[in-house]
Design a protein around this ligand. Structure first.
Ligand code: F6R
Length: 604
């Protein structure tokens, strides 16, 4: 989704903001643009990759710049709809992430006052509103428009009168200010500026920030200065290279053993779970997330319920935020409910809103997140950080595995605390988890054989993934991975549900990927495979090592390394990721940046 960077300092700004903007490419975008101060406001914007923008840029001595990657919401991707947008007099330039919900009303009243609009973008009302209120002070003008604009936004604006000042403000979408030595940075995503600084300010909603090379001021809407904290964040290893892999997604799939190990050090050595204050008798747990993170939550439900007997409900954040399900679960709140928010980015608009709704209801909130300092980590009561490293591929892979691992660790922690497992069992579980990375390495070493399955899927128009029990969420995740990167329609189903409708869709050109794990539902799943085969649909089964029965009833198969059924989701996940990847590769799709998708969904 959209990205913002800004620089004001003593160096040529264009180079720095373009370099920073490239760090945001992984988020997904359709166009980009830049505004500079060259005595007048100079701007360029281009549809397509940042390279298109670079090809039209002249060299520049400007020491201040704002730049943007756009992911279209209002108006098609085009040069004119791209940011920056300028006021009619050309004196103010604005870049904006988010959406202005009442832009049509503002636009028509500005038109009545004589303003003209060039684009279809909602953002174009902002520079013109600023110009209407500007009386020599851009900060004041920004404070005035905050009462008029409705929506979610991060805005960065510059005015021709001040060649050093960037003014920025946010509402519900991310904004970070990076501090340097006589140079400062503005960004919507910390990754954009970590190369340059680790000294970060996180302004709150509606705080207006005035950034100049030697000075940063944070003001409330009444223009009173407010104190701010500067946090020193960890320097991320920059992920610019694919390290010999053809795609970031494949690289990230192969990084999973390390991501799990690094996260284990965090979980079992740094022990963040001990700081979560989960020491009351928890009556119920709600897990809230979107997409792949939601699927991790579903796996977590099985493990937490199995180990602790605490009932767990799992919700889509986009639904949870508008409902009041927590109080509804058990009637009156007899004990404080725990709400676990899962978001690799920590920025997803729906998950953030759900966290706020849960807090408003008096719930204790814990986030599982891969980005320290991200919005969600700042709003909840407790945080478990996963250590996957930056994930560039739009399709989540390594963050999914580390989210699941965090939920297993949480389940173990709660079970130990409530006395349902003793110290020896706790250590056994920990050892089992520690064994998973090497099993994944074994699987990755045999990944070539997954390619042999590709011809059975890549020509299909529609596919099904089925699983039961703890692997039902993996059927959902397999279907999501396949559809998002290969564009083949795929549905994930609990295997027992097929006969209640979807069997009608099966035929010889509808492959079904069955997850056959030898838990207490195994024999039922084998029967489901036979029902599918009887309808001539080809079945590709992923089974545990040595499971001859599952392979005999299926048309094609893949054997996982030996694994306890309760830990099998880690290996099944890697299998469905690789299968989807190889199918998408065979079809020549844009794997790291699938069409229409963005890495961080910061709008509703
Ligand atoms: C799918 C995928 C998305 C994300 C979802 C939530 O591969 O990446 O479904 O899982 O947008 O994102 P986060 O975890 O950042 O909240």
């Amino acid at each position: 989704m959209c990205g913002i960077v800004g620089y004001t300092g003593n160096k040529p700004a264009q180079e720095i903001v373009i370099d920073s903007l490239k760090k945001l490419e992984y988020r997904g975008y359709d166009s980009s643009g830049i505004a500079l101060h060259e005595g007048e406001i100079v701007f360029s914007k281009k549809e397509g990759p940042i390279a298109n923008l670079e090809s039209v840029l002249d060299s520049s001595n400007s020491k201040m710049a704002i730049a943007h990657t756009r992911w279209a919401t209002h108006g098609v991707p085009s040069d004119v709809n791209s940011h920056p947008h300028l006021s009619n007099d050309g004196k103010i330039a604005v870049v904006h992430n988010g959406t202005i919900d009442n832009y049509l009303d503002i636009k028509s009243s500005l038109e009545n006052e004589g303003f003209n609009f060039l684009s279809e973008s909602d953002t174009e009302v902002i520079p013109n509103l600023l110009s209407k209120y500007y009386e020599g002070d851009l900060v004041k003008a920004v404070s005035k428009i905050l009462d008029e604009i409705e929506g979610i936004y991060t805005i960065a604006a510059i005015h021709v009168d001040n060649p050093e000042q960037i003014v920025s403000v946010r509402n519900e979408t991310p904004l970070v200010i990076g501090l340097g030595n006589e140079e400062n940075y503005v960004a919507s995503d910390i990754y954009a500026i970590l190369k340059y600084t680790q000294q970060i300010i996180y302004p709150d909603d509606h705080q207006i920030v005035s950034v100049s090379p030697k000075d940063v001021k944070v003001l409330d809407q009444n223009l009173n200065e407010v104190k701010f904290e500067v946090e020193t964040v960890e320097k991320y290893t920059e992920v610019a290279e694919k390290g010999g892999f053809e795609h970031f997604m494949l690289k990230e799939i192969f990084e999973q053993p390390k991501a799990l190990q690094d996260s284990q050090t965090e979980l079992f050595v740094n022990s963040p779970l001990d700081n979560l204050d989960l020491n009351w008798k928890i009556g119920s747990i709600s897990v809230v997330a979107c997409g792949t993170s939601y699927h991790a939550g579903l796996v977590g439900k099985y493990v937490i319920e199995q180990l602790t007997a605490i009932p767990v409900s799992v919700h889509y954040a986009s639904e949870f935020r508008y409902a009041a399900p927590v109080q509804g679960v058990g009637g009156l709140m007899s004990s404080r409910p725990l709400v676990i928010l899962i978001s690799q980015s920590g920025e997803t608009a729906d998950t953030l809103a759900a966290a706020r709704a849960a807090k408003q209801q008096g719930c204790h909130t814990v986030a599982i997140c891969n980005v320290p300092g991200s919005r969600i980590t700042r709003e909840v009561d407790g945080v478990i950080i996963t250590k996957s490293g930056q994930e560039i591929g739009v399709a989540a892979t390594k963050t999914f595995l580390t989210q699941m691992q965090a939920l297993y660790a949480l389940a173990m922690h709660l079970a130990f605390q409530s006395g349902s497992i003793d110290h020896v069992m706790l250590k056994n579980w920990e050892n089992e988890l520690r064994g998973i990375p090497s099993k994944i390495t074994q699987l990755l070493n045999s990944s070539e054989s997954i390619k042999e399955l590709v011809p059975h899927i890549s020509k299909a128009k529609s596919t099904f993934f089925i699983g039961r029990n703890i692997n039902y969420p993996l059927a959902l995740e397999g279907a999501l991975k396949l559809k998002e990167i290969s564009y083949i329609h795929a549905e994930g189903y609990p295997a027992g549900e097929l006969k209640h409708g979807p069997l009608a869709l099966l035929s010889s050109d509808t492959p079904v990927i069955a997850i056959a794990i030898q838990d207490h539902t195994y024999s039922k799943l084998i029967s489901n495979i036979e029902e599918i085969s009887a309808r001539s649909a080809p079945v590709i089964t992923v089974a545990q090592k040595g499971d001859k029965q599952a392979l005999r009833v299926s048309d094609h198969g893949f054997e996982l390394p030996e694994v306890d059924p309760v830990l099998s989701p880690f290996l099944v996940a890697v299998f469905v990721q690789l299968l989807s990847y190889y199918v998408a590769h065979d079809l020549g799709k844009s794997i790291d940046k699938p069409r229409n998708l963005a890495k961080s969904v910061t709008v509703e």
